[in-house]
Design a protein around this ligand. Structure first.
Ligand code: NAD
Length: 276
């Protein structure tokens, strides 16, 4: 899909951070944009910002963990714009907790949003795009989808699932010569409010369980790296480029893939798991 001008993009979690960066990048390339998010205030602000720049933009209340809500998003997009060319399954949350302390409610919440969200997005939007004869489906995974670091058990499981989902999808699509392409975004640290939003949305009333001083240090390290991270608008431009060039992998910090490489090497050489 080289030429995106006039085409329609849907971005879940589009009201903040990386999703808003994608919405801005698509708008900058002349696309019409549907901003899907569960937060009304951030959603309205983002849509107003896009409209002020001359973009045809709309907002839609959507909970990606709810299939009916994702179906309603597809319908609202078709009603408003008459087509859907690019879908970014980006909404996500995460809380750092040691795996043995993660309660079942948190496991379900994180898997529901971070993995079932993209699964619903593929299930609902793929038939629309195939019928239309063109389209591109992206999903936001993470470096956590390629390397399972400590303290992020449910998040790692969901994000590894997203990489598997999109890689299988792309191979299936190519295998049957579908006109639709798939890609996956694996960001490193990006400067967003994901930590604050995740704490606010967390349904469990139980306090997230830390594991003494060590887990406090790991959580503080994650937060510091987010604050020093890449500008989300830059990430949006990388996703736009991948859509325009039909590239599968979208990496924000390719140098951090060295950890993945070392892990594979240690597995092959010594059946050993590297530190992380
Ligand atoms: N920030 C990072 O360093 C980083 C790194 C790797 C991957 N990611 C991934 O990037 C994606 C975007 O995160 P971000 O960092 O921009 O965070 P963010 O909190 O700034 O943006 C996420 C958006 O998703 C929305 N959202 C949350 N749950 C939702 C739900 N159930 N339904 C609909 N919308 C929902 C939030 O309201 C918010 O607007 C996530 O999938 C996250 O896991 C982020």
């Amino acid at each position: 899909m080289q030429d995106v001008r006039g085409k329609v993009a849907v971005v879940t979690g589009g009201a903040s951070g990386i999703g808003r960066g994608m919405a801005r990048a698509f708008a900058g390339a002349g696309m019409k944009v549907m901003v899907a998010d569960r937060d009304a205030a951030m959603r309205d602000e983002t849509v107003q910002g896009l409209r002020a720049g001359g973009t045809e933009a709309e907002g839609c209340n959507c909970d990606v963990a709810d299939l009916a809500s994702v179906e309603a998003l597809a319908q609202a997009t078709l009603d408003r714009f008459g087509a859907v060319h690019v879908v970014c399954n980006n909404a996500g949350i995460g809380v750092p907790t040691p795996t043995h302390k993660l309660n079942i409610e948190d496991w379900r919440w994180i898997i529901d949003v971070d993995l079932w969200g993209p699964i619903y997005g593929v299930k609902v939007f793929l038939p629309v795009m195939e019928e239309q004869g063109e389209g591109h489906i992206n999903a936001t995974s993470s470096l956590a989808g390629l390397f399972a670091a400590q303290m992020m058990g449910a998040y790692n499981v969901a994000k590894h699932g997203v990489v598997a989902l999109m890689a299988t999808l792309e191979r299936d699509l190519r295998g049957r010569k579908s006109p639709v392409r798939a890609s996956v975004l694996c960001p490193g640290p990006i400067n967003t409010n994901i930590s604050r939003h995740s704490v606010a949305y967390r349904p469990s009333k139980a306090k997230p369980k830390a594991d003494g001083e060590r887990s406090g240090r790991v959580a503080a390290g994650i937060q510091a790296s987010l604050e020093a991270g890449m500008d989300p608008d830059e990430v949006g431009l990388l996703v736009l480029d991948a859509v325009q060039r039909d590239r599968f992998w979208v990496h924000t910090h390719p140098e951090m893939l060295r950890g993945v490489e070392l892990q594979v090497q240690a597995m092959l050489d010594e059946q050993r798991l590297t530190k992380g």
